[in-house]
Design a protein around this ligand. Structure first.
Ligand code: GLU
Ligand code: MG
Length: 445
């Protein structure tokens, strides 16, 4: 690409020796290159070349060649161009390093249909064309992971942090204080990267936390930030000798980690339409859209084999499509609050899902519900786990089938996207299931 790209050539942060330049794949994982600082000017002008199939690797980074991408096509390079406003320092790196988010282009200079940022951008465009202006934020949970005597990942024990207090406890403030070195460094890193966090809490599991970013009117940016937040969390943890994980359900006996999406619709002036007179009907239609697309979208909300273990009674990861006011046991919660803050919390997705694909599915649901003027079921009262929906996919293969056979969601995705994603995730899950797990010997040997 010879013409200069529309990129504000912000100078590299002072002293940066390297730039980690990366795209975001369909797993929500950054993939790219570490460039020496002297290569940056060229990257801004001409882009960074690497295989376009980096966008469709499996969760391990293994090429599965879905629909021939990265295989039968000869695995061609794409040209990844810097995304304006996304050049930031990497404060956790051992050497002075910057990072820049890139957007992958094909040989004709156009975005690639299987780029998850592009998938989301198209859904947002469709919403805006119909006068729907979403405001969103992603809420990510994660674990600090410890190790057992054999060095295998194990629930975090306070002793490993050299702490005196044994208890953690949901919403425990002392627990935040005890982990302050890590949490404060993470908060500072997010600020430096223009992602100021609103706050943080100790979650239900030992070593489980949540740090929330503020709302914004640009869904692609919200998804980008969720990915960058995961990268910062893992980078800061590693720099302190810790390990952070966003795995949906790392430990059977402790709560899973969710990616909750808070969404509202605003008018041209930025006022919340859900909180305006008549806004209740709009909110109901959006909830109804979420219910209508729930099963079809599960493969995007929970794309891994293990993610389905997270949906368990009593752990606030709903087994139903219920919605309700101020009720954490439902899939779609309307939090308590003043009209200006009226929103829906979509609680289905796993913390390790692709934020771009999750937001694409959530916004497709809002668009569908509102444009079709759907009505939701009556709001749930009490514990919605008691109303578990047997029609929801309960494993990744059922979810992939539901995506493949979807009648609504598919109309919001690029033509081949569902087929590509299903091929990729089936191959990934088959590789996992092809391995004999130690526990099987206990049961069957
Ligand atoms: N950990 C729960 C989940 O997996 C959510 C708990 C909460 O409401 O914060 O979604
Ligand atoms: Mg939470």
């Amino acid at each position: 690409m010879d013409s200069a790209p529309p990129f504000d050539t912000a100078p590299l942060p002072a002293g940066a020796a390297f730039v980690d330049a990366f795209v975001i794949d369909v797993n929500g994982i950054p993939r790219g290159k570490r460039l020496a600082a002297n290569a940056w000017a060229g990257a801004v002008r001409h882009g960074v070349a690497f295989s376009a199939s980096a966008l469709v690797l499996d969760a391990r980074g293994v090429s599965q060649g879905p629909l021939g991408i990265g295989g039968a096509d000869g695995n061609p390079d794409g040209t990844a161009m810097p995304v304006p406003g996304q050049l930031h320092p990497v404060p956790w790196s051992a050497q002075p390093t910057a990072q820049c988010l890139l957007s992958m282009r094909g040989q004709d200079g156009a975005p690639l249909w299987y780029d998850p940022r592009e998938v989301l951008r198209q859904v947002v465009e469709r919403c805006r064309a119909d006068g729907l202006h979403p405001v969103l934020s992603c809420e990510l949970e994660f674990y600090l992971v410890g190790a057992d005597a054999d060095g295998r990942p194990a629930p975090w024990r306070d002793a490993q942090a050299g702490l005196v207090r044994p208890a953690h406890g949901h919403l425990g403030l002392q627990y935040l204080e005890d982990h302050g070195r890590f949490l404060n460094a993470l908060h500072a890193a997010l600020c430096v990267q223009a992602m100021p966090a609103d706050g943080m809490v100790a979650e239900y599991g030992p070593g489980q936390f949540e740090m929330t970013l503020s709302h914004g009117p640009d869904p692609v940016l919200a998804a980008d930030r969720a990915v960058l937040q995961r990268r910062a969390t893992q980078g800061v943890a590693a720099s302190l000798g810790l390990r952070a994980s966003f795995m949906a359900k790392p430990f059977a006996r402790h709560a899973g980690s969710g990616l909750h999406v808070h969404v509202s619709l605003v008018d041209e002036a930025g006022a919340n339409r859900f909180g305006a007179p008549g806004g209740e009907a709009l909110l109901h239609a959006a909830v109804a859209g979420m219910q209508a697309l729930h099963a079809e979208s599960m493969a995007l909300f929970a794309p891994s084999f293990s993610a389905y273990r997270r949906y368990r009674a009593g752990e606030f990861a709903s087994l139903s499509s219920a919605w309700g006011h101020d009720n954490r046991s439902v899939a779609f919660r309307v939090p308590r609050g003043p009209p200006a803050a009226r929103r829906i919390e979509h609680r289905v997705a796993a913390a390790d899902a692709s934020p771009h694909l999750v937001l694409a599915a959530v916004l497709a649901a809002v668009h569908h519900g509102v444009t079709q003027q759907l009505a939701p079921s009556p709001p749930a009262q009490g514990d919605a786990d008691a109303q578990a929906d047997p029609m929801l996919p309960r494993d990744v293969f059922a979810a992939l089938r539901a995506l493949e056979q979807s009648t609504i969601l598919r109309r919001y995705l690029p033509d081949d996207f569902a087929a590509m994603f299903c091929a990729l995730k089936r191959a990934e899950a088959a590789d996992l299931l092809g391995e004999v797990q130690p526990i099987e010997h206990d049961f069957y040997l």
